[in-house]
Design a binder for this molecule. Structure first.
Ligand SMILES: [Mn+2]
Length: 504
């Protein structure tokens, strides 16, 4: 990777001169896992090292002046920035004026001019020929320690011990699980399931998770708990858990992480319910093509999560805003295919600032401009969104018969793991199946299916939250089902079952 030699040489000089090194990373899962990874690895043989995570609310995303002041106050002369810094030109200059060097390890798109750092590791640099562009921020941190170990002929096992964190970052940052990420994710999941670090083991024990975890579990169970620290308390709480070597201490720290997550869920649910009610009780809002909502008392740490929930229900481009320092700040989320960033860009005259990409964006608005922005955004979306983009689509990989579903078929499918963005679990369609008479709605509105197709033996499956489809099954002679296959372990027996995605 471009600049790797420079980075390693600078780190070796720091070790040789016993310089104080600061590991700096963002407050999200990618940032905190990256900091934990690089810190744990170097701290194993080098003591003069500390870490810093900015406060989400007082400092915001990326490298902050406060962080550099902290470094100066603590006699730091080298900062290794992870998952951020690629556009922090002014902060790096500020550090240079104070005789603090920077090594930047980022995976975001660089601007026209790179910061004046000792080394800038970023596979998305135009002049970097590294063959894989989609590493997570934590993945770049892994490359750094890997290069260090290689150059110094150190034990490779110690490097691989850190892969659990890389897997968590890959899952949570939603980078594609293709190429090198798929390999890192596979061996990272193996490490989590065979011999996880104390912090992750403690988290799994607190959650009573005894089964093997996959990428989906990392996205929905482990990731949110690490993330909750930065949203509710402080991102450094996640790092203290992930770098803890003592299991009993880790168990104690997990309790705090769990509490943060419970608080986060309560806040998130309260706001979501309130937002649903705002729309459902308003005829005009119900029929719009967009959702733009603001409440002064909403917590800005969860606006992104709430926006995603709104899309699940109303399926349209959504922006949720909360107040911050006299302005409205918020997060936008889009539906597949629709370019949210472009749409916001077209209304930018009403905004203080905005940034993001096709499906997710952040923005700041003056309070008295919210209505103007909301109207302009609605108009732009109404003009641009296609009919297809307004209906949830299920992508189908293949049409198969019930007789195709057997152990051998399933085992071959499982070899495609780990699944995730860029490598989704295959979705199948089987046509003309019918109820054996044993299908039913379970409490909580889940559909328990037992279906047949002429000449083929019956299969079991479940459709979560799809109990309302029972009526359709009873009306029609045969239905087409769309599903994914899973192994269901019950009474020490493994059964292949399908998870219903759609039915018609
Ligand atoms: Mn990242």
């Amino acid at each position: 990777m471009r600049d790797m030699d420079k980075a390693i040489t600078r780190i070796e000089t720091a070790f040789a001169n016993n310089e104080r090194i600061l590991i700096y990373g963002d407050y999200d899962v990618d940032g905190t896992t990256a900091v934990s990874l690089v810190f744990s690895y170097f701290n194993d043989f080098y003591d003069n090292i500390c870490y810093y995570i900015p406060d989400r609310y007082t400092e915001g995303y990326g490298i902050s002046f406060q962080g550099i002041d902290f470094a100066k106050d603590n006699n730091v002369s080298l900062i290794i920035a992870l998952d951020c810094g690629i556009k922090a030109n002014d902060k790096v200059d500020y550090a240079n004026e104070r005789n603090i060097d920077f090594i930047i390890c980022d995976h975001h798109l660089p601007g026209d001019v790179l910061p004046n750092a000792v080394a800038v590791l970023d596979p998305k640099r135009n002049d970097c020929s590294y063959p894989f562009d989609e590493l997570s921020g934590c993945g770049i941190g892994f490359k750094l320690i890997q290069a260090y170990a290689e150059k110094n002929k150190l034990n490779a096992e110690k490097i691989y011990d850190q892969l659990d964190l890389v897997a968590v970052s890959i899952a949570s940052d939603l980078v594609p699980i293709t190429g090198e990420n798929r390999i890192l994710a596979k061996f990272g999941c193996d490490r989590i399931n065979q011999n996880p670090r104390a912090g992750i083991k403690a988290l799994m024990s607190e959650l009573k998770l005894s089964r093997n975890l996959d990428i989906t579990d990392l996205v929905f169970i482990i990731g949110p708990r690490i993330n909750a620290a930065g949203r509710i308390a402080h991102g450094s709480e996640a790092v203290t858990l992930l770098i803890e070597n003592d299991y009993d201490v880790a168990i104690e720290k997990t309790k705090k992480v769990q509490q943060n997550n419970t608080d986060r869920k309560t806040i998130d649910k309260d706001i979501t319910d309130e937002a649903f009610a705002m729309i459902d009780n308003n005829e005009t809002l119900i029929h719009k093509k967009t959702t733009v909502l603001y409440q002064e008392h909403w917590h800005k740490g969860v606006v992104g999560i709430v926006a995603s929930r709104m899309i699940e229900k109303y399926y349209r481009p959504t922006i949720i805003l909360a107040s911050s320092n006299g302005k409205a700040v918020g997060s936008g989320r889009s539906v597949p295919g629709f370019d949210l960033y472009d749409a916001i860009d077209s209304c930018s005259e009403h905004l203080v600032q905005f940034g993001g990409h096709k499906y997710a964006a952040g923005l700041t608005i003056e309070l008295d401009k919210i209505q103007d922005f909301s109207d302009a955004f609605e108009k732009i979306v109404r003009d641009r969104i296609t009919a297809d983009q307004q209906i949830p689509q299920v992508e189908i990989d293949a049409e198969i018969e019930l007789t195709d579903i057997n152990d051998k078929f399933f085992n071959i499918l499982e070899q495609m793991q780990p699944f995730g963005p860029g490598n989704m679990r295959p979705t199948f369609v089987t046509k003309d199946v019918y109820d054996t008479g044993y299908s039913k709605v379970l409490n909580g509105n889940h559909l328990k299916l037992n279906i047949l197709k002429d000449g083929q033996s019956p299969k079991n499956g479940v459709g979560f939250g799809m109990g309302n489809y029972m009526e359709l099954m009873e009306q029609k002679e045969t239905v087409d089902i769309c599903y994914q296959l899973y192994a269901n372990e019950w009474n020490n027996q493994i059964k292949i079952e399908f998870k219903l995605k759609d039915l018609r």
